[in-house]
Structure formats: structure tokens, C-alpha cells
Design a protein around this ligand. Structure first.
Ligand code: TEU
Length: 578
């Protein structure tokens, strides 16, 4: 039995500052814009706002490349604006957490500028600098053959000091050297204490399992004979000192603080590339005192190709795979002292309706409600991403690739075009385009659709990213007035999730009919209380899955107004309770 804690029952809502609400017409969302929507947030029924990076940044990776932890990106507002937002959240009974992005900084951060200035600079060792190797012909080679994220290698040559520096992400995002104690102290003071002292209630911890690398820097085995760079995550992910670092961060800094109302802070780590529950438990076991919970990405990986190189090469998946994944992480909390998270969207993924449902006009609302039923009834801490609650969908397929702004998208796209042009893989371009249309990170970054006025009411200026063509059909204002809207449905379900928290937030999970490819059904249990969730993931009517609806069950919520007893309609979802 899990002890009850505020953050287990809380619903978190992620705000992507660039795309939420612009208050001054420069085309970028901003903090005053978020403040102007505080009533919208509190009326949704959420408990915690997670604000994606609003720190100063050259925005090569949309703020996940921080150039100063103690300042804000000017178009977003000022540090005082953030203080006002913290205050406003608290006044409305909500908490607020920030992103902690400390695996790397921007190359524009003063620390890196100093580190890069000379080999003898005191901050030289705050990043990873290594000399070139040479092949048999004497040509320079990077220190390792590692492939990182964003379709590239992990080393960039620096002319000035004639060495390479390490970066798992873009070349503009050098990795901090957590092996260096002074560097860790600086991280704690600048990125963590500075904001905790301003009253935030915790952190979403970016790339939390990448701080420790194999610093002997071995080469990765060659699995792709066409390329120099090779998948190498085993050398830079979940490294030898990772648990020591996280424990230190917790005991020396985080544990000194509480939330604004005197409760323990909350931490949620981003834990990619860690599919094994035993490995995950080491991060979230309550007795280990590392993180409260982590994001685990099996669900959002559905459809992504195998491995890094093929991320956007769409791979067909079937519903039983999703069920097994859900079952795996629902079962995770049983018999352990670790907690789990529940989510289907964030700023790094395509919209769930387009990926897991159907975004055609006749099905998109149904799909959004069905997916809401699927995930809002699951055990764990619930995270929603802005726009999910109004059923926002992917960018239209007829947009050109130039509308996609994300550095990862652009790099994968370039790689695919080159591959097709050089005839190494002539169909690559078409395939990757399809994958990006479904799964690119850009889809989640389109401006929030507030109303049917110009630019969806997001900005009076020219939006940094194109607004969805369908904003007149899909927007918050219209849905506020419609008791059958996706938004109204989310609000209702969020209330029910609270009212029946025993079974929804803390209950145990039982998968029914696992092999059925059209429908998803599960039961939740908590002592005498049981809930039954039945969902149709297809555009055709299906028989009720499992053993049917038991006598003692009554309908708690349904995505259709009229239901049938022996069948479930296209993209219909229902939840029953005893
Ligand atoms: O993502 C970290 C990450 O490693 C990925 O697993 C992430 O899921 C991937 O980028 C998806 O394409 C975090 C942030 O969420 C992401 O936006 C940043 O680009 C990245 O860190 C670098 O800071």
C-alpha cells in the first residue's frame, strides 16, 4: 500500500511558454500571457503548473539550451514576472515547478565561454574537452564514434583551443562535467537554489539519467557500417556515478526546501532509454531518496522506428503493444516503494489524437475523449500537456517541411534528404516525411488555440510558429460554451479522478482481453471498489471486450451520449464503477 502524498494525487499541466499566450504582440508567448490565463488554468481542475524553460537562451533547442539560469529569455518577460506567476499560482491554490536543465548548458553560457577560452581556464574542466585521435592516414578523428541525439555525433572541434568538446544534443549544447565538484556546486546554486528561493514547489528534471558518462570514453561497437557515428547510449546514459550525483543533489539542496504550503517538494525526472523496471526503481524507490517519480517513454515511442537513427521511420504498432506497456508501468508500483507517472503528450511528441486515435473531422473529438478516459483513469501521477484538454491535433499534412522549426526535425529531415539524393536509400525522404508528419516534436509546439479570432487569439503579431489551420473548429472559447466539448469532458473526468482517487489514482490494474486489436479494456481495484474501462480504438463498432459489463456496475462517464449495451461505437470510451 502506498502512502498518500499530495503529488501522487495532483494533476500536473505542462506549459510551453513560447506557444501558450502572447501578451505583447511579438509573436512569442510570455509569462504575462500565462498570468492572463490563470483563471483558465484554475478552472480546469489542475493542481500544479510545470513551466518548460523560460530561462535566457539563444533558443537553438527552444530554451533547453540555457545561457543563464538566473535570468529569463527577454521575450518571455522578467524574473519579476516569474515571481508574479509563482505568487498567482499559489493564490489560486496551485503549485508551480520549473524545468531543471543541467546535463548541458548553451554554448552561450558564461561558464562555457570561460571554459572554451583557454586550456588553463579554471572552468576548463566544467565541460568535457578531449584532443583529437588520428586514423592510420593521420586524419583527425573525434575522441569517440558516439552518435547523440538530433541526428549527429557527440563531439565538436574547437579551433581556438584545438580540442573537441562533448555534447549529447546539439553542438550548441555542451555537456556539463558532473565529475567536477565545483561545477556541481555551481549548478546547485545557480539553477536550483536561485529558483527555490523564489518559492517554486519543485522541478521537472531534464535528461536526469545522462549526468554520468563513461569518462574513459570507449568507442561504441559498429552496428551501422555506412557511418562513422554509432549508437552509444550505454556509454552516456545511466552511467556509473548517476545515483551518487542525484542523491547528492537531493540531500545537499532539494531536501532543505518545502513547497509554499509546507509540504515536501516534488521532483519528476525525465528518464529516457531505460525500459527495465528494475533500473527505473533505483531512481524512484522512496527509500533511495533520489526522485519522486520519472517519465518513462514506452507509450510515446509507439510508432517510432527502432533505435536512434530510425526514430522517424514510422513502425507499425498494434494495440496489444500499448496494452502491455500500460500494464507494465501500472504494475510497477505493486510490491515496490516506487511511484509512476501517467501521460501521453509533452513538448517532444506529436499530438495523441493524431498518433493514437484518428484526427479526421468526424473522429477527432471522439478520439480525444476516448484517450482521456484511457489515461485519466490510470494509477500514478497524471501529467497533461497544454492543448491536450481541447483535443489539439497535429499540423496539417499539406504544410511544407519549412514550417517545422525544431532542430531535431530539421536535422533528421536533412539526413533523410541526403540519403535519398545520394541514392543510399532512395525512399528515405518520403518515409521520414511521413514519420515527421505523425511524430515530429513541432506538432505539440503550435500556438495554443484560444478562440476563433486571428491567430487563434494567441498573438496580435506574427506567431513564431504557424497557427493550425483548423483553429476556428478547435479552440478553447468555443469549447467553454459547449457542455459536450472535449474541454468539458476533461474537466468532468478530472473531477471524477479526484472523487474516486482510491481506485483511479491508487488502485491496482487488471488488463482484460490483452490480444484484442480493436478494443482496450481494463479493471481497476481498490479494496471493495472496482472500475471498468472499455475503449474502442477503431473507426468501426466492436463487441464489448472482456466478459461484458457486470451487473453491479453503473456508468460513470462515457464519451458518447447514447450507448449500446452489447457493442462499443467507433472511438467510444466508457468507465463504469461499482
Ligand atoms: O529531452 C531529452 C531526451 O533525451 C529525449 O528523450 C527526448 O524525448 C527527445 O528529445 C525527443 O525527441 C529533453 C527535452 O525534453 C527536449 O525538449 C530537449 O531537446 C532535450 O532534453 C535537450 O535538452
Amino acid at each position: 500500500i502506498h502512502t498518500r502524498t499530495w503529488w501522487k494525487e495532483a494533476t500536473f499541466y505542462q506549459i510551453y511558454p513560447a506557444s501558450f499566450k502572447d501578451s505583447d504582440g511579438d509573436g512569442w508567448g510570455d509569462i504575462p500571457g500565462i498570468l492572463s490565463k490563470i483563471n483558465y488554468l484554475s478552472s480546469l481542475g489542475i493542481d500544479v503548473v510545470w513551466l518548460s524553460p523560460m530561462f535566457d537562451s539563444p533558443q537553438i533547442d527552444m530554451g533547453y539550451d540555457v545561457s543563464n539560469y538566473e535570468a529569463t529569455y527577454a521575450p518571455y518577460g522578467t524574473v519579476e514576472d516569474v515571481e508574479r506567476l509563482i505568487e498567482a499560482c499559489h493564490v489560486h491554490g496551485m503549485k508551480i515547478i520549473l524545468d531543471l536543465v543541467v546535463n548541458h548548458t548553451s554554448d552561450q553560457h558564461d561558464w562555457f565561454k570561460e571554459s572554451r577560452s583557454s586550456k588553463s581556464n579554471p572552468k576548463r574542466d566544467w565541460y568535457f574537452w578531449r584532443p583529437a585521435r588520428h586514423d592510420e592516414q593521420g586524419n583527425p578523428l573525434p575522441p569517440t564514434n558516439w552518435r547523440g541525439y538530433f541526428a549527429g555525433g557527440t563531439w565538436t572541434w574547437d579551433e581556438h583551443t584545438q580540442e573537441y568538446y562533448l555534447h549529447l544534443y546539439d553542438t550548441s549544447q555542451p555537456d556539463l562535467n558532473w565529475e567536477n565538484e565545483e561545477c556541481r556546486k555551481a549548478i546547485y546554486n545557480s539553477a536550483i537554489r536561485f529558483w527555490l528561493d523564489k518559492g517554486i514547489d519543485g522541478f521537472r528534471v531534464d535528461t536526469v539519467n545522462k549526468y554520468s558518462k563513461h569518462v574513459d570514453f570507449p568507442d561504441a561497437p559498429v552496428t551501422d557500417s555506412n557511418a562513422f557515428i554509432q549508437p552509444a547510449a550505454q556509454f552516456w546514459c545511466n552511467g556509473p556515478r548517476i545515483h551518487e550525483f542525484i542523491k547528492e543533489m537531493n540531500t545537499t539542496v532539494l531536501s532543505e526546501y518545502t513547497t509554499y504550503d509546507g509540504q515536501p517538494l516534488v521532483t519528476v525526472g525525465e528518464l529516457s532509454l531505460t525500459p527495465d523496471p528494475e533500473d527505473v526503481l533505483r531512481y524512484v524507490s522512496a527509500r533511495e531518496k533520489e526522485l519522486d517519480m520519472v517519465f518513462q517513454f514506452d507509450v510515446t515511442h509507439l510508432g517510432q522506428g527502432n533505435g536512434f537513427q530510425d526514430k522517424y521511420d514510422f513502425a507499425r504498432w498494434k494495440l496489444p503493444e500499448m496494452k502491455r506497456i500500460v500494464e507494465k508501468w501500472q504494475a510497477f508500483i505493486e510490491g515496490t516503494d516506487g511511484w509512476t507517472t501517467v501521460f501521453i503528450e509533452n513538448h517532444d511528441n506529436g499530438r495523441s489524437v493524431s498518433r493514437f486515435g484518428n484526427d479526421a473531422p468526424e473522429w477527432r473529438e471522439k478520439s480525444a475523449k476516448m484517450l482521456a478516459l484511457c489515461f485519466l483513469t490510470q494509477t500514478g501521477t497524471l501529467f497533461l500537456y497544454q492543448g491536450q484538454e481541447i483535443g489539439m491535433i497535429n499540423a496539417p499534412k499539406d504544410w511544407s517541411m519549412e514550417e517545422y522549426k525544431d532542430v531535431e526535425t530539421q536535422n533528421y529531415w536533412k539526413e533523410a534528404v541526403q540519403s535519398s539524393e545520394s541514392r543510399v536509400d532512395p525512399t528515405c525522404e518520403e518515409r521520414i516525411k511521413h514519420g515527421l508528419q505523425l511524430m515530429a516534436r513541432d506538432h505539440a509546439r503550435l500556438p495554443f488555440q484560444w478562440d476563433s479570432s486571428a491567430n487563434a487569439g494567441f498573438t496580435t503579431g506574427k506567431p513564431w510558429m504557424r497557427v493550425h489551420d483548423l483553429y476556428k473548429e478547435i479552440n478553447a472559447e468555443a469549447q467553454e460554451k459547449d457542455s459536450e466539448s472535449v474541454l468539458a469532458f476533461y474537466k468532468r473526468l478530472l473531477r471524477l479522478r479526484k472523487e474516486y482517487r482510491d481506485v483511479f489514482v491508487y488502485g491496482t490494474f487488471e488488463l482484460l482481453d490483452p490480444e484484442n486489436e480493436g478494443t482496450f479494456a481494463f479493471r481497476k481495484h481498490y479494496q471493495e471498489r472496482a472500475a471498468l474501462v472499455v475503449l474502442n480504438f477503431t473507426a468501426g463498432s466492436q463487441p464489448i471486450p472482456g466478459q461484458g459489463i457486470e451487473r453491479d456496475m453503473t456508468l460513470l462517464a462515457s464519451s458518447y451520449q447514447k450507448i449500446a449495451l452489447d457493442s462499443i461505437q467507433p472511438f467510444e470510451g466508457r468507465v463504469y464503477i461499482n
